[in-house]
Design a protein around this ligand. Structure first.
Ligand code: BGC
Length: 824
């Protein structure tokens, strides 16, 4: 492998699902899995194509429940392309013997190639050279080129190319008991100009998706017309008869276009799809435009590591690629969020969750318009969140843990534990901390961009309504503090107290992460409002009926929220956590290969993770992931709790040893919080996150979709964590500390309109601001602050990191000095 190529050799049906996900192609409008064009959905293959935000709801009867699920719909398949040599069957991937099998995703150009040589049952050897793109230049277009060469035979060859609307949602085995028939075909036809056309509709959402395709088959430059056309109930296809000769190549090109009724600037989807295909140029021209679009993207998004170990460079690029395939300039005008599992499969049904927290920072510092667009997805669902709060007897906006089409709560209420075969209650909807993630994202976006218009028009309203929600959730306790009860933190293993029936009496009280985030949101309202001009602020407050009394109450709650602590001063994940039993990691480790999904293991044994001090992922530690030490000090001070810097390391140690990393996000968060104190361990955990999808470490989840939070999180580890980037007002702070495994890091960020190229080695930081028109910003490194205007370049010599123990000694000496200087 080089740093730009993901390569596979050999055919392995057992790895097809994984390769289909990792080599999936997309452009923010659609994502199409890298299934072989001649594959149909079965246990090894799953050709799926998804439209960003293309959801539909269906009701299923399961375990005595009627449950309605909103799914990301598998839309009609544009790929079908197969061949039949004289006297043989239609070729399927598993019907031949492979002499050579190479599949490669070129990350720089985002072109997928498959080069195969196979022998059929009659001993005929054929070579199949395929190139495939989903255009980043024109988001509606996908194109395939296959060159077939009979190596040792001549005879009749038939090429069949079609489009298939009979697909269903079948990609996640756990969901197969649920209804997955989301599509109905309105019509399948063949139109002038060799076009195959399909009009389908989502059964419940009534969204129409149109697919049109044209196929050309040529030998020695001479085009062969279709010999037969079939239009069936759900598909349309052409067949081409070719007189094949040994050594003479047959060139096949298929160009397809998708449109849907939600698109902008269209009349009717099928009309547009057909026009698009009619006017589309040939594969080579489409590929050229596509490659250029990607080269422009890499100029803005690449993070270059020099002398990096563990293939880190390649893995990072793969992660960036999938991020940009999920959300791109083409999705900016669409009403979509960023799905944690990409639009690459059916896991989590394409729902939008809190993973934005891990995804946005990378986008914001490069193409902030993407973050802005996704924040507007939340804004458009603000009314639904207000309604949800009202129905729960609360105020403000209660955002759903899982969000899909209209912002209703889409979390499932029961889910299947594949280990026990039981359908069990799912309480993940109690993760009310999602609202704080949205508010935090608004704040961070505005910090990075200074986009006050966004704040005025959307952000401040979102922020205030989340704050209002927390103030109404927080109830005064006997000790004069406020508590937030009946919630779950990010650790999804803890849904209720031991012995409680989670569906009746679920949730936990005073999850530290939830309360700290709530306090932070409530405390920031003043700053948010202050950044809006006075008359606009007044209008906003009038519209929200937000007066001084309510603001004063928010301020009070922000100062009096309760944070639980263990007796020894450790932050308790939630009230009562300390009383839970310790978990016997050793004996479980001896019994099971993988403990990541301890929840499933324990449930299958009629036990319950609620009984133990075990976490699926970072919960308390998320605080240290999201805030700097100074910010945490401020939060604690405001809340009237004592904070000492050693608390960070102690809490990290405590919780890290009780975490199974059942979510890929967990490795990112832990790598982050250890970046300074234990660089070796931090890099190891970063590697785990970098490998999570590539090696499918969860054993089967990646074929169901990428883990975009972890993918973006790893890139952001390089971008912000190891560089020590922090944003404070008009100042961009650097405090680099590269892992030993990285020699040099080069990248580019946008900060308040300036474009800053930076380069970091183990001992130097160099920054150049590109020439353009923009206001000066400040760049700081360890107390040295420089005002920077476009066009300037400068460097900082990096001072070696002070080891924590030395730091401690120095603090001690400092205390002694200021207390009278006895030992000074
Ligand atoms: C994690 C959640 C996350 C979701 C999607 C779950 O396993 O527990 O925190 O939002 O995956 O990535």
């Amino acid at each position: 492998m080089n740093d730009w190529q993901l390569k596979y050799s050999g055919y392995d049906p057992g790895s097809e699902g994984l390769r289909e996900t990792l080599c999936a192609l997309g452009n923010g409008y659609i994502v199409s899995r890298a299934a072989a064009p001649n594959a149909v959905a079965d246990d090894a293959h799953y050709p799926g194509t998804y439209l960003a935000g293309g959801y539909d709801r269906l009701t299923s009867e399961i375990a005595d429940h009627r449950i309605e699920n909103e799914d990301l719909v598998n839309i009609p398949n544009w790929l079908p392309l197969t061949i039949r040599a004289e006297g043989g069957d239609w070729l399927r991937p598993d019907d031949v013997g492979y002499l050579d099998y190479r599949q490669e995703l070129d990350l720089r150009s985002n072109v997928l190639t498959r080069c195969l040589r196979f022998r059929d049952g009659e001993g005929r050897v054929t070579r199949w050279d395929e190139r495939r793109i989903v255009s980043m230049h024109d988001p509606h277009l996908a194109a395939l080129s296959v060159t077939l060469t009979p190596e040792n035979w001549s005879g009749a060859l038939t090429v069949r190319s079609g489009i298939d609307g009979s697909v269903i949602n079948w990609g996640v085995a756990r969901y197969r008991d649920l209804d997955g028939r989301h599509l109905e075909t309105l019509d399948a036809s063949r139109e002038d100009g060799n076009l195959l056309a399909l009009r389908s509709r989502f059964v419940q959402a009534r969204r129409e998706v149109a697919l049109a395709a044209r196929t050309s088959v040529a030998v020695d430059g001479g085009h062969i017309p279709a010999a037969r056309t079939e239009t069936l109930a759900d598909m349309a296809r052409d067949e081409f008869d070719v007189d094949a000769h040994e050594g003479r190549s047959v060139r096949i090109e298929k160009i397809a276009a998708y449109f849907d009724s939600g698109d902008n600037a269209i009349s009717e989807p099928l009309l547009e799809a057909m026009n698009h295909v009619r006017h589309a140029r040939d594969f080579r021209a489409l590929e050229e435009e596509h490659v250029q679009a990607w080269s422009h993207l890499w100029e803005q998004f690449d993070i270059r590591l020099e002398n990096a170990k563990d293939d880190a460079q390649l893995k990072l690029r793969l992660h960036v690629l999938h991020l940009l395939q999920t959300t791109s300039i083409h999705s900016v005008d669409m009403d979509v969020g960023v799905p944690p599992r990409g639009w690459h499969g059916e896991a989590y049904r394409g729902h939008i969750m809190w993973d934005e927290l891990f995804i946005f920072p990378y986008l914001t510092l490069r193409m902030p318009v993407l973050t802005r667009a996704v924040l507007r997805y939340r804004y458009r669902r603000l009314d639904e969140a207000r309604r949800a709060a009202r129905e729960a007897g609360l105020k403000g906006a209660m955002f759903p843990w899982q969000s899909g089409s209209n912002g209703r709560e889409e979390s499932q209420r029961i889910h299947l534990n594949p280990k026990s075969g039981r359908w069990i209650p799912d309480n993940s909807w109690r993760q009310r901390h999602i609202g704080s993630a949205i508010a935090y994202n608004v704040w961070k976006y505005v910090q990075a961009t200074d986009d006050r218009d966004f704040l005025r028009d959307y952000g401040a309203e979102l922020f205030c309504e989340v704050a209002r929600f927390w103030a109404s959730m927080a109830q005064e306790r006997d000790d004069g503090r406020y508590g937030i009860c009946g919630v779950m933190g990010p650790d999804e293993f803890h849904t209720a107290y031991p012995g409680a029936d989670p569906s009746m009496d679920g949730g936990l009280d005073n999850n530290a992460y939830t309360n700290i985030m709530a306090s932070w949101v409530l405390s920031r309202v003043g700053d948010v409002l202050e950044q809006i001009p006075e008359d606009e602020r007044r209008r906003l407050c009038e519209r929200l009926r937000l007066g001084p009394e309510e603001l004063a109450h928010w301020d009070e709650v922000s100062r009096k929220l309760f944070i639980p602590f263990h007796e020894d001063g450790m932050i308790s994940q939630f009230e009562g956590y300390e009383k839970l039993k310790e978990f016997d990691w050793d004996s479980y480790g001896a019994k099971h290969d993988n403990l990541q999904r301890l929840d499933r293991i324990l449930e299958a044994e009629d036990d319950d993770p609620n009984n133990y001090k075990v976490s699926k992922q970072a919960d308390v530690l998320m605080i240290f992931y999201l805030f700097s030490r100074e910010e945490i000090e401020q939060i604690f001070e405001r809340l009237g709790y004592k904070f000492t810097p050693d608390m960070i390391f102690r809490n990290v140690q405590y919780y890290m040893h009780r975490t199974s990393h059942g979510s890929t996000l967990s490795w990112v968060a832990h790598a982050w919080v250890l970046a300074r104190a234990d660089r070796q361990r931090s890099w190891e955990l970063a590697q785990k996150a970098l490998n999570a999808d590539l090696a499918d470490v969860q054993g089967g989840t990646t074929p169901e979709g990428i883990h975009l939070g972890a993918m973006a999180g790893t890139v952001d580890l390089m971008q912000r964590c190891y560089t020590g980037i922090e944003l404070r007002g008009n100042t961009l702070i650097f405090n680099p500390r590269l892992p030993d495994e990285v020699g040099r890091l080069k990248s580019t960020v946008r900060f308040r309109r300036q474009i800053l190229d930076f380069e970091i080695t183990q001992d130097e930081l160099t920054i150049s601001s590109r020439s353009m028109t923009a206001h000066p910003v400040n760049i700081a490194y360890r107390g040295q602050v420089r005002e920077v205007s476009p066009g300037q370049t400068f460097s900082f010599r990096l001072v070696p990191e002070i080891k924590p123990d030395r730091l401690q000694r120095e603090r001690e000496q400092e205390r002694v000095r200021s207390a009278g200087g006895r030992h000074a």
